[in-house]
Design a protein around this ligand. Structure first.
Ligand SMILES: Nc1ncnc2c1ncn2[C@@H]1O[C@H](COP(=O)(O)OP(=O)(O)OP(=O)(O)O)[C@@H](O)[C@H]1O
Ligand SMILES: O=P(O)(O)OC[C@H]1O[C@H](OP(=O)(O)OP(=O)(O)O)[C@H](O)[C@@H]1O
Length: 212
Protein backbone atom coordinates (compact mmCIF):
# COMPACT_ATOMS: atom_id res chain seq x y z
CA UNK A 1 0.00 0.00 0.00
CA UNK A 2 1.53 3.34 -0.96
CA UNK A 3 2.29 5.90 1.70
CA UNK A 4 0.28 9.05 2.26
CA UNK A 5 2.59 12.02 1.76
CA UNK A 6 1.83 15.17 3.71
CA UNK A 7 3.42 18.58 3.08
CA UNK A 8 3.71 20.33 6.42
CA UNK A 9 4.47 24.04 6.80
CA UNK A 10 7.58 24.83 8.81
CA UNK A 11 7.37 27.84 11.10
CA UNK A 12 4.49 29.13 13.17
CA UNK A 13 1.79 26.74 11.88
CA UNK A 14 3.92 23.64 12.38
CA UNK A 15 3.46 23.00 16.10
CA UNK A 16 -0.30 23.45 16.05
CA UNK A 17 -0.63 21.27 12.96
CA UNK A 18 1.51 18.49 14.45
CA UNK A 19 -0.44 18.68 17.73
CA UNK A 20 -3.72 18.39 15.81
CA UNK A 21 -2.52 15.28 13.98
CA UNK A 22 -1.39 13.74 17.29
CA UNK A 23 -4.77 14.49 18.87
CA UNK A 24 -6.41 12.89 15.86
CA UNK A 25 -4.58 9.68 16.79
CA UNK A 26 -1.53 9.72 14.54
CA UNK A 27 1.64 8.75 16.39
CA UNK A 28 4.31 11.14 15.19
CA UNK A 29 7.99 10.84 16.12
CA UNK A 30 9.73 13.67 18.05
CA UNK A 31 12.10 13.77 15.09
CA UNK A 32 9.39 15.63 13.19
CA UNK A 33 10.04 18.91 14.99
CA UNK A 34 13.42 18.27 16.52
CA UNK A 35 15.61 17.45 13.56
CA UNK A 36 16.69 19.35 10.49
CA UNK A 37 15.52 16.56 8.22
CA UNK A 38 13.08 17.64 5.54
CA UNK A 39 11.59 14.21 4.78
CA UNK A 40 10.37 12.11 7.67
CA UNK A 41 8.86 8.71 7.20
CA UNK A 42 6.50 7.25 9.76
CA UNK A 43 6.09 3.63 8.63
CA UNK A 44 3.84 2.79 11.59
CA UNK A 45 1.25 5.22 10.21
CA UNK A 46 2.10 4.58 6.57
CA UNK A 47 2.84 8.29 6.27
CA UNK A 48 5.61 10.47 5.01
CA UNK A 49 6.08 14.16 5.85
CA UNK A 50 7.74 16.90 3.81
CA UNK A 51 8.71 19.99 5.76
CA UNK A 52 8.16 22.93 3.42
CA UNK A 53 8.00 26.71 3.53
CA UNK A 54 4.36 27.70 4.19
CA UNK A 55 4.12 29.56 0.86
CA UNK A 56 5.26 26.41 -0.99
CA UNK A 57 2.96 23.77 0.52
CA UNK A 58 0.24 24.18 -2.11
CA UNK A 59 2.86 23.93 -4.87
CA UNK A 60 3.93 20.46 -3.70
CA UNK A 61 0.31 19.37 -3.45
CA UNK A 62 -0.67 20.80 -6.85
CA UNK A 63 2.19 18.91 -8.50
CA UNK A 64 1.18 15.71 -6.74
CA UNK A 65 4.51 15.09 -5.03
CA UNK A 66 2.57 15.49 -1.79
CA UNK A 67 -0.93 14.00 -1.55
CA UNK A 68 -2.16 16.41 1.10
CA UNK A 69 -0.87 19.53 2.80
CA UNK A 70 -1.59 22.09 5.47
CA UNK A 71 -1.63 25.67 4.25
CA UNK A 72 -2.79 29.06 5.48
CA UNK A 73 -5.87 30.40 3.70
CA UNK A 74 -3.76 33.49 2.93
CA UNK A 75 -1.46 31.35 0.79
CA UNK A 76 -4.43 29.71 -0.96
CA UNK A 77 -6.00 33.09 -1.73
CA UNK A 78 -2.75 34.54 -3.01
CA UNK A 79 -1.80 31.71 -5.35
CA UNK A 80 -4.80 29.93 -6.77
CA UNK A 81 -3.67 26.33 -7.03
CA UNK A 82 -5.35 23.33 -8.54
CA UNK A 83 -6.00 21.63 -5.19
CA UNK A 84 -9.12 20.75 -3.21
CA UNK A 85 -9.58 22.51 0.09
CA UNK A 86 -11.10 19.81 2.29
CA UNK A 87 -11.16 21.14 5.80
CA UNK A 88 -10.81 24.28 7.89
CA UNK A 89 -8.42 23.11 10.61
CA UNK A 90 -9.21 26.24 12.67
CA UNK A 91 -5.56 26.61 13.69
CA UNK A 92 -3.16 29.59 13.43
CA UNK A 93 -5.95 32.18 13.20
CA UNK A 94 -5.12 35.66 11.98
CA UNK A 95 -6.54 38.05 9.37
CA UNK A 96 -5.45 40.17 6.45
CA UNK A 97 -5.92 43.89 6.87
CA UNK A 98 -5.18 47.25 5.33
CA UNK A 99 -3.08 49.36 7.68
CA UNK A 100 -1.05 52.55 7.65
CA UNK A 101 -0.03 55.61 9.60
CA UNK A 102 -2.92 57.22 11.50
CA UNK A 103 -4.84 60.18 10.11
CA UNK A 104 -3.62 59.83 6.57
CA UNK A 105 -6.09 59.73 3.73
CA UNK A 106 -5.80 58.06 0.38
CA UNK A 107 -6.42 60.92 -1.98
CA UNK A 108 -3.64 60.33 -4.47
CA UNK A 109 -4.39 58.97 -7.91
CA UNK A 110 -2.86 55.57 -7.24
CA UNK A 111 -1.73 55.14 -3.62
CA UNK A 112 1.11 52.71 -3.04
CA UNK A 113 0.33 49.49 -1.20
CA UNK A 114 3.22 47.40 0.14
CA UNK A 115 2.44 43.73 0.70
CA UNK A 116 3.59 40.13 0.63
CA UNK A 117 0.18 39.36 -0.95
CA UNK A 118 0.05 41.28 -4.27
CA UNK A 119 -2.82 39.24 -5.74
CA UNK A 120 -5.01 39.48 -2.64
CA UNK A 121 -4.31 43.20 -2.41
CA UNK A 122 -5.01 44.00 -6.06
CA UNK A 123 -8.20 41.91 -6.07
CA UNK A 124 -9.36 43.67 -2.93
CA UNK A 125 -8.78 47.21 -4.20
CA UNK A 126 -10.14 46.39 -7.67
CA UNK A 127 -13.28 45.10 -5.97
CA UNK A 128 -13.69 48.49 -4.32
CA UNK A 129 -13.02 50.29 -7.58
CA UNK A 130 -9.84 51.87 -6.22
CA UNK A 131 -6.74 52.15 -8.34
CA UNK A 132 -3.54 51.36 -6.46
CA UNK A 133 0.11 50.61 -7.14
CA UNK A 134 1.22 47.38 -5.53
CA UNK A 135 4.76 47.07 -4.16
CA UNK A 136 5.72 43.47 -3.40
CA UNK A 137 7.83 42.90 -0.28
CA UNK A 138 8.88 39.66 1.37
CA UNK A 139 8.74 40.61 5.04
CA UNK A 140 8.91 43.46 7.57
CA UNK A 141 5.97 44.95 5.68
CA UNK A 142 5.26 47.44 8.47
CA UNK A 143 8.49 49.21 7.61
CA UNK A 144 7.14 50.46 4.28
CA UNK A 145 4.76 53.23 5.45
CA UNK A 146 7.17 54.29 8.19
CA UNK A 147 9.89 55.18 5.71
CA UNK A 148 7.65 56.46 2.94
CA UNK A 149 7.87 53.49 0.60
CA UNK A 150 4.09 53.09 0.63
CA UNK A 151 0.87 54.81 1.75
CA UNK A 152 -0.68 51.64 3.11
CA UNK A 153 0.17 48.00 3.69
CA UNK A 154 -1.85 44.83 3.26
CA UNK A 155 -0.55 42.37 5.82
CA UNK A 156 -1.39 39.71 8.35
CA UNK A 157 -2.51 40.80 11.79
CA UNK A 158 -2.67 38.41 14.70
CA UNK A 159 -2.19 40.04 18.10
CA UNK A 160 -1.86 43.51 16.59
CA UNK A 161 1.43 43.98 18.42
CA UNK A 162 3.51 44.69 15.31
CA UNK A 163 1.13 47.43 14.14
CA UNK A 164 0.99 48.94 17.62
CA UNK A 165 4.73 48.93 18.23
CA UNK A 166 5.25 50.67 14.92
CA UNK A 167 2.56 53.30 15.45
CA UNK A 168 0.35 51.98 12.66
CA UNK A 169 -3.43 51.62 12.64
CA UNK A 170 -5.77 49.26 10.91
CA UNK A 171 -8.08 50.79 8.31
CA UNK A 172 -9.96 47.81 6.90
CA UNK A 173 -10.22 44.09 7.56
CA UNK A 174 -9.98 42.09 4.36
CA UNK A 175 -10.52 38.47 5.35
CA UNK A 176 -10.14 36.07 8.27
CA UNK A 177 -7.47 33.39 7.94
CA UNK A 178 -6.98 29.89 9.38
CA UNK A 179 -5.02 26.89 8.15
CA UNK A 180 -6.68 24.44 5.75
CA UNK A 181 -6.20 20.81 4.76
CA UNK A 182 -5.63 20.67 1.02
CA UNK A 183 -5.42 17.67 -1.27
CA UNK A 184 -4.22 16.83 -4.76
CA UNK A 185 -7.26 15.95 -6.94
CA UNK A 186 -5.67 12.75 -8.31
CA UNK A 187 -4.54 11.60 -4.85
CA UNK A 188 -8.07 12.25 -3.64
CA UNK A 189 -9.32 9.58 -6.03
CA UNK A 190 -6.39 7.15 -5.80
CA UNK A 191 -5.90 7.29 -2.03
CA UNK A 192 -9.47 8.02 -1.06
CA UNK A 193 -9.61 5.58 1.86
CA UNK A 194 -6.53 7.02 3.60
CA UNK A 195 -7.53 10.61 2.90
CA UNK A 196 -11.12 10.08 4.06
CA UNK A 197 -9.83 8.51 7.26
CA UNK A 198 -7.58 11.52 7.84
CA UNK A 199 -10.43 13.95 7.19
CA UNK A 200 -12.83 12.08 9.50
CA UNK A 201 -10.32 11.91 12.32
CA UNK A 202 -9.39 15.56 11.97
CA UNK A 203 -13.05 16.63 11.73
CA UNK A 204 -13.84 14.79 14.97
CA UNK A 205 -10.83 16.29 16.74
CA UNK A 206 -11.68 19.83 15.59
CA UNK A 207 -15.30 19.37 16.74
CA UNK A 208 -14.15 18.12 20.16
CA UNK A 209 -11.75 21.05 20.52
CA UNK A 210 -14.55 23.48 19.62
CA UNK A 211 -16.89 22.32 22.42
CA UNK A 212 -14.18 22.41 25.09
N1 LIG B 1 1.00 36.65 13.03
C1 LIG B 1 1.12 35.95 11.91
N2 LIG B 1 1.93 36.37 10.94
C2 LIG B 1 2.10 35.67 9.81
N3 LIG B 1 1.49 34.51 9.54
C3 LIG B 1 0.65 34.03 10.47
C4 LIG B 1 0.43 34.72 11.70
N4 LIG B 1 -0.43 33.99 12.42
C5 LIG B 1 -0.74 32.91 11.69
N5 LIG B 1 -0.11 32.93 10.51
C6 LIG B 1 -0.16 31.88 9.46
O1 LIG B 1 1.17 31.38 9.36
C7 LIG B 1 1.63 31.37 8.00
C8 LIG B 1 3.03 31.90 7.92
O2 LIG B 1 3.86 31.16 8.74
P1 LIG B 1 5.35 31.64 8.97
O3 LIG B 1 5.36 33.03 9.52
O4 LIG B 1 6.03 30.56 9.73
O5 LIG B 1 5.94 31.62 7.50
P2 LIG B 1 6.55 32.71 6.57
O6 LIG B 1 5.57 33.82 6.37
O7 LIG B 1 7.06 31.99 5.38
O8 LIG B 1 7.67 33.26 7.45
P3 LIG B 1 9.19 33.48 7.17
O9 LIG B 1 9.28 33.99 5.75
O10 LIG B 1 9.48 34.50 8.23
O11 LIG B 1 9.79 32.12 7.38
C9 LIG B 1 0.69 32.26 7.22
O12 LIG B 1 0.48 31.67 5.95
C10 LIG B 1 -0.58 32.35 8.08
O13 LIG B 1 -1.58 31.50 7.56
O1 LIG C 1 -0.27 41.03 14.86
P1 LIG C 1 1.01 40.36 15.23
O2 LIG C 1 0.82 39.29 16.26
O3 LIG C 1 2.09 41.33 15.62
O4 LIG C 1 1.51 39.54 13.94
C1 LIG C 1 1.59 40.13 12.68
C2 LIG C 1 2.99 40.22 12.17
O5 LIG C 1 3.55 38.89 12.04
C3 LIG C 1 3.96 38.67 10.69
O6 LIG C 1 5.27 39.00 10.48
P2 LIG C 1 6.45 37.95 10.69
O7 LIG C 1 6.72 37.76 12.16
O8 LIG C 1 6.16 36.70 9.93
O9 LIG C 1 7.67 38.72 10.10
P3 LIG C 1 7.98 39.06 8.57
O10 LIG C 1 6.80 39.85 8.04
O11 LIG C 1 9.19 39.91 8.64
O12 LIG C 1 8.17 37.75 7.86
C4 LIG C 1 3.07 39.63 9.89
O13 LIG C 1 3.64 39.92 8.63
C5 LIG C 1 2.98 40.83 10.79
O14 LIG C 1 4.10 41.65 10.62
Amino acid sequence: MSMLTIAMPKGRIFEEAAALLQEAGYQLPPELDESRKLIIEVPEENMRFFLAKPMDVATYVEHGVADVGIAGKDVLLEEERDVYELLDLKISPCYLAVAGLPNTSLNEVAPKIATKYPNVASTYFRGKGEQVEIIKLNGSIELAPLIGLSDRIVDIVSTGQTLKENGLVEYETIVGITSRLIVNPVSYRMKNADISKLVTRLTDTIAETAVQ
